[in-house]
Design a protein. Structure first.
Length: 382
């Protein structure tokens, strides 16, 4: 038994006599409550895994930190199972959220300031195990068994592999102005699943009770369709300024080349005008600029104008600035990195459901719900 920060970590040892067996009354109750591995051990394993590079290394660190020995494969199953339990707790609403939209004051020092909640959504890629890789691995295992010359335990039925080497996961987040409150979760599902997640999380924080509800996204059409389809109670949906800047510089390189000073001046002027003068004034200048070019440069200019025109209702930077609203989706981009950091190590490949489970564990940490979740697990084991 080991106590860390007031929590008890237990490793249980069972003694079994050949031909006799063993049975202790207390084991039945402990199995029911702790599933052989205590809540403390489960938490420590998940905590170490979040900063780890692979499950074998997590097993190494667990043995060193707490003298608890388990194989990397055992920890993989344990940690991914815990991640799926987190997803189920969020889906069913049994994981209590510690804040609501009305708690999100735009100025925490001023109790009279309006409650303001930001909404973000994005897609992020993670490496998958393809069906071809799974077939190759299984063939290698069978070959080793044949060389060994004795029958082994029957191989488990393999889950289907992915059809591509990477898959886009969808991420949804809600947060307040000072970023003291945040709720984030990822899904392996498609845009429709992401839309349902938007609505579900909005309900958990009672989004309509906020005085100001602002979305800042990268402008992907599927996000806007889901926001409309799920009837999110947003006051405005803005285009992330960084993504606008990316497309401005993409057009600059296509028209002016990489190093032309005139192109840099043009890009700076366009971004300044969008930010301070708004869409209409910027559009008039862009139409005049577009008429100067022919051939491939005209096509590049047209592509940029189409991008801007398709997002006209999202380009509201002066209006956002007047209300003190943010124009960048930095908190959402940050979550994309942290939720997938454990998935993107050298040589890593995942099944989609396992990757989603690992992301869920990081999501409760980013949402400030780590302690809440594990206290809930302790109460269930009591």
């Amino acid at each position: 038994m080991l106590t860390v920060n007031g929590r008890v970590f237990v490793r249980r040892i069972r003694w079994h006599g050949a031909g006799v067996g063993s049975w202790t009354v207390i084991d039945t109750y402990l199995d029911r409550a702790e599933r052989t591995i205590s809540v403390g051990v489960r938490e420590l394993a998940c905590r170490l895994n979040g900063g780890g590079t692979n499950f074998d290394r997590t097993a190494e660190n667990l043995a060193h930190a707490a003298d608890i020995r388990a194989s990397g494969e055992t920890l993989r199953v344990l940690i991914e199972t815990e991640g799926r339990a987190v997803l189920e707790a969020v889906r069913t609403g049994t994981l209590p959220i510690t804040w609501t939209a009305k708690d999100c004051l735009s100025d925490p020092a001023d109790p009279a300031s309006p409650a303001r909640v930001y909404f973000g959504c994005d897609g992020v890629m993670a490496p998958m195990v393809t069906q071809a890789e799974k077939t190759k691995r299984r063939a290698a295992v069978k070959a080793r068994r044949q060389r060994r010359g004795r029958a082994g335990r029957r191989l488990r039925r393999a889950k289907p592999g992915a059809d591509q080497k990477s898959k886009e996961f969808k991420l949804v987040t809600y947060y307040d102005e000072p970023k003291r409150h945040r709720l984030v979760l990822g899904t392996k599902g498609n845009h429709v699943a992401a839309g349902r997640l938007m609505r579900r999380l909005a309900g958990r924080i009672d989004l309509p009770t906020a005085g100001e509800k602002v979305g800042i996204v990268d402008g992907a059409p599927w996000i806007r369709r889901q926001v409309d389809g799920q009837s999110l109670a947003l006051d405005a949906l803005g285009l992330d300024f960084y993504h606008l800047a990316e497309n401005v510089h993409k057009a600059r390189r296509a028209v002016y080349g990489e190093t032309d000073a005139a192109g840099t001046t043009w890009a700076d002027d366009v971004l300044h005008r969008f930010k301070h003068d708004g869409y209409d004034a910027s559009w008039e200048q862009l139409v005049t600029w577009r008429c100067r070019w022919r051939g491939a440069k005209r096509a590049a200019a047209d592509g940029f104008l189409n991008y801007v025109s398709d997002r006209r209702d999202m380009i509201q930077y002066p209006e956002f600035a007047a209300k003190g609203w943010q124009i960048g989706s930095g908190p959402t981009e940050s979550c994309c990195k942290t939720l997938t950091q454990r998935l993107k190590g050298a040589g890593m490949r995942w099944d989609a459901d396992n990757a989603e489970a690992i992301m869920a564990l990081e999501a409760i940490r980013e949402s400030g719900l780590w302690k809440t979740y594990w206290e809930m697990q302790l109460s269930l084991a009591a």
